[in-house]
Design a protein around this ligand. Structure first.
Ligand SMILES: [Zn+2]
Length: 367
C-alpha cells in the first residue's frame, strides 16, 4: 500500500502524497472524469487581433479540435466547452471570467484548460507557455509579468484587491496548495508537447492571479499557444496543420494527466489511502458513535480533512453533517461528556478561537 502511494507521488512529483488528493471527492466515488476546455475571449472581445487572425476565432478552432481528438481517443472522458461560437459570457470581463470558472465548477471538472494565443509589445518575444495559479505573495504581485502582454481588463485580480483575511481567500489558498501539483503536472506535459512542434518552450509560469483560475475549484491552467506578435510563432501558428498539432499537443497532455491520475492502480491506492486515513482519524477520536465533539469550522461545501486550513488539526478532524447553508461541520475529538470536551476546548481555541462544543450521533450533529 505504502509503496503504491510512493510510486504515485513520484509519478506526479507530488510533494504532499496523500494530502494533495483533496481535488473534488475523487477518493470517495468511482470517478467519471471531466475536463472543461475554455476557448479564451469571444464576441465582443476578440482577444489579440494580428493581421487577419482574431485570437478568439483561432483558439476556438483549436479548442474544438482538442475536443474531437479526445472524443476519439479518450472515450471515458466527459469533455465540455465553455463556448462553441463567437460569444463571451458577460459584457464585463471580470464577471465573464468568473462565469467560466463557475461553469467548470458546476461540471465538477477534474481539470480546466483555458486556451489562448499570446501577444507582447516586443515582437521578438516568442514561445509557448502554460500558466498555473499561485497565491504566493511574491509571485502574484509581479504584475510586470503581464504588463507588456495583451490582456483584457478583468483577466487578472490585482493582488492588492485580495482580502487575505476573508474566508474566500483562505479557501482559495487552501485549494491552490492542493491543486498546484496537478496543474503543474499538466502544464509541464503540455509545454513539452507544444514545443515538440518547433515552438520555444517558455515553460510553466505562475504569477499574476488569473480571475478564472482563482474561482475555479480544481486544478486549472491557461495555455498560451505562442505569440501572434512574433514572426516565427505567427508563421507557424498560421501554417497548414498547426491548429491540429496544437490541439494534439493539448489533448496528449490531457490524456497523460488522467492516465497519471487513474492509471497504474492509482485510483485504488487513492481509495485505500482515504480509507486508511479515515481509520486513523477514527482511532484519533476514539470509538464513540455518539457524544460530544468540538466544532472548529463549518463550510458550504465539503473540504478535505487534510486541508491546510485545519492547521495542526489537519488530518485529525472529521466531517460531520449539520443543517443550514454551512452544513459541513469539521470537528475534533469525541467525548462521552461535555466536561471532557470542555477540557480540550481550551487547547483547540488557541488555534480556532470560535470553536465550540456540539453533540453528535454517528456522522451528524444533533441538537
Ligand atoms: Zn487571450
Amino acid at each position: 500500500m505504502r509503496n503504491l502511494i510512493i510510486l504515485l507521488s513520484l509519478l506526479l512529483l507530488l510533494p504532499f502524497a496523500g494530502e494533495g488528493w483533496g481535488v473534488r471527492s475523487m477518493a470517495q466515488t468511482a470517478p467519471k472524469r471531466v475536463v472543461v476546455l475554455d476557448a479564451g475571449h469571444g464576441n465582443p472581445r476578440p482577444g489579440k487581433v494580428q493581421n487577419k487572425v482574431r485570437e478568439a476565432d483561432y483558439v476556438l478552432d483549436v479548442t474544438k479540435l482538442v475536443r474531437d481528438e479526445l472524443g476519439s481517443r479518450a472515450k471515458g472522458l466527459d469533455v465540455y466547452l465553455t463556448r462553441s461560437c463567437d460569444s463571451s459570457y458577460h459584457a464585463t470581463q471580470s464577471v465573464d471570467n468568473r462565469m467560466r470558472a463557475e461553469f467548470a465548477n458546476k461540471k465538477q471538472a477534474d481539470l480546466y484548460v483555458g486556451i489562448h494565443a499570446n501577444a507582447h509589445n516586443k515582437p521578438s518575444v516568442n514561445g509557448c507557455e502554460v500558466w498555473v495559479l499561485t497565491l504566493n505573495e511574491k509571485l502574484m504581485s509581479q504584475n510586470d509579468n503581464v504588463a507588456a502582454r495583451y490582456a483584457d481588463e478583468g483577466d487578472f485580480i490585482d493582488a492588492k484587491d485580495l482580502d487575505r483575511s476573508s474566508m474566500g481567500f483562505m479557501m482559495a489558498l487552501a485549494r491552490q496548495l492542493d491543486n498546484e501539483p496537478y496543474s503543474r503536472f499538466f502544464a509541464e506535459e503540455c509545454c513539452k508537447n507544444m514545443a515538440s512542434y518547433g515552438l520555444q518552450n517558455l515553460g510553466v509560469k505562475a504569477g499574476p492571479v488569473f480571475t478564472v483560475l482563482y474561482y475555479f475549484e480544481g486544478p486549472g491552467v491557461i495555455v498560451e499557444l505562442g505569440y501572434l506578435t512574433n514572426e516565427h510563432d505567427y508563421n507557424y501558428l498560421t501554417s497548414k496543420g498547426a491548429k491540429k498539432e496544437m490541439a494534439k499537443a493539448i489533448a496528449d497532455a490531457i490524456i497523460s494527466y488522467f492516465e497519471a491520475l487513474d492509471g497504474s492502480g492509482a485510483e485504488a491506492s487513492v481509495e485505500e489511502s482515504a480509507e486508511e486515513s479515515a481509520e486513523e482519524n477514527n482511532k484519533e477520536v476514539g470509538e464513540l458513535t455518539e457524544g460530544y465533539t468540538i466544532q472548529l469550522i463549518s463550510s458550504s461545501y465539503s473540504v478535505d480533512t487534510n486541508d491546510y486550513q485545519f492547521k495542526s488539526y489537519k488530518g485529525k478532524v472529521r466531517e460531520l453533517m449539520g443543517s443550514g447553508k454551512y452544513k459541513y461541520k469539521y470537528c475534533y475529538g469525541s467525548y462521552a461528556t461535555s466536561e471532557e470536551a470542555k477540557e480540550e476546548l481550551e487547547q483547540v481555541r488557541k488555534s480556532f478561537k470560535d470553536a465550540y462544543i456540539v453533540r453528535f450521533k454517528d456522522l451528524e450533529i444533533v441538537k
